[in-house]
Design a protein around this ligand. Structure first.
Ligand code: T5A
Length: 207
C-alpha cells in the first residue's frame, strides 16, 4: 500500500484556508485519489472538545503553557485516531492548520520558547511531518477584516493587531527555515488566482 500524502494549509486569520481546503480536496478527488479533510485544533470528538476550550472567549484566563499543552494534546489524539490511520491506508489528508500554527501562534504570538515547541513536536509526532505545507499569506488587516465579516471573534481573533503581526512574521520565518516543504501563496489576490497557484503546487504530487 502506498502511503497517502499529508498536506497542511497555514496562514493567519481569515486568509482563506477553509475555503481552499475544499477546493484542494475536490481537485485531488477528481484524480481518483481518496482524500479526507480535517482541521486543528480538532479532527476527533475529543480534540474538538479541546478546540472549544482553546477558542472559547468566556473562560478563565488561559496560561501560555496550558494553551501549548492543549494544542499538542489535541494533536496527539488527531494523529493517532485520524491522520496516521488514513495515511497508512493510502488516503491523502488535507489539514486546516498543523504544527506550523503552533510555531506561529504560541512561538511568534505568545513568545514561547521554540526549543519547547520542538521537543513537543518530536515527542508527539515522531517522524510525522507534512509532505507539503501551503502558507496563505496576506497583510494582517485584510485577513482580520474577512474574519470579522464572517462571524463573532473567538479568543485568538480578539487579540491585538501586534499579536497577528508577530504570528505572520513567525510563519514567514518557518517558510525561510523549511523552503522545501512550505510554499507561499499570496492570499490577497482574487480567489481564482489563489486556486490556480494551488493547482501548480498540488499537481507535481499527483504524478
Ligand atoms: N491555533 C491553531 C493555535 O494557536 N495553535 C495551533 O497549533 C493551531 C493548530 C484556530 C485558531 O487556533 C489557533 C489559531 C487560530 O486562531 P481556525 O478556525 O483554524 O482557528 O483559524 P481561523 O484563521 O480563525 O480560520 P478562519 O476560518 O477564520 O480563516 P480561514 O479559514 O483562513 O478563512 P476562510 O476560508 O474562512 O475565509 C474567510 C473569508 O474570506 C473569504 C471567504 O469567502 C470567507 O468569507 N475569502 C476571500 N475573499 C476574497 N479573496 C480571496 N482570495 C478570499 N479567500 C477567502
Amino acid at each position: 500500500m502506498i502511503r497517502g500524502k499529508f498536506i497542511t494549509l497555514e496562514g493567519g486569520e481569515g486568509v482563506g484556508k477553509t475555503t481552499n481546503l475544499h477546493f484542494i480536496s475536490s481537485y485531488i478527488q477528481e484524480h481518483g485519489i481518496p482524500v479526507i479533510v480535517t482541521r486543528e485544533p480538532g479532527g476527533t470528538p475529543l480534540a474538538e472538545k479541546i478546540r472549544k476550550l482553546l477558542l472559547d472567549n468566556d473562560s478563565e484566563a488561559v496560561s501560555e503553557t496550558t494553551e501549548l499543552l492543549l494544542v499538542f494534546a489535541a494533536r496527539a489524539q488527531h494523529i493517532q485516531h485520524v491522520i496516521e490511520p488514513a495515511l497508512a491506508q493510502g488516503t491523502w489528508v488535507i489539514c486546516d492548520r498543523f504544527t506550523d500554527a503552533t510555531y506561529a501562534y504560541q512561538g511568534g504570538g505568545r513568545n514561547m520558547r521554540i526549543s519547547t515547541i520542538e521537543s513537543l513536536e518530536n515527542w508527539v509526532q515522531g517522524t510525522l511531518r507534512p509532505d507539503l505545507t501551503i502558507l496563505l499569506d496576506a497583510p494582517v488587516e485584510i485577513g482580520l477584516e474577512r474574519a470579522r465579516q464572517r462571524s463573532a471573534l473567538d479568543r485568538f481573533e480578539s487579540e491585538k493587531t501586534n499579536f497577528f503581526e508577530q504570528v505572520r512574521r513567525a510563519y514567514l520565518l518557518q517558510l525561510e527555515l523549511n523552503p522545501q516543504r512550505i510554499k507561499l501563496i499570496k492570499a490577497n489576490q482574487p480567489l481564482i488566482d489563489v486556486q490556480k497557484a494551488l493547482i501548480d503546487l498540488i499537481q507535481p504530487l499527483l504524478k
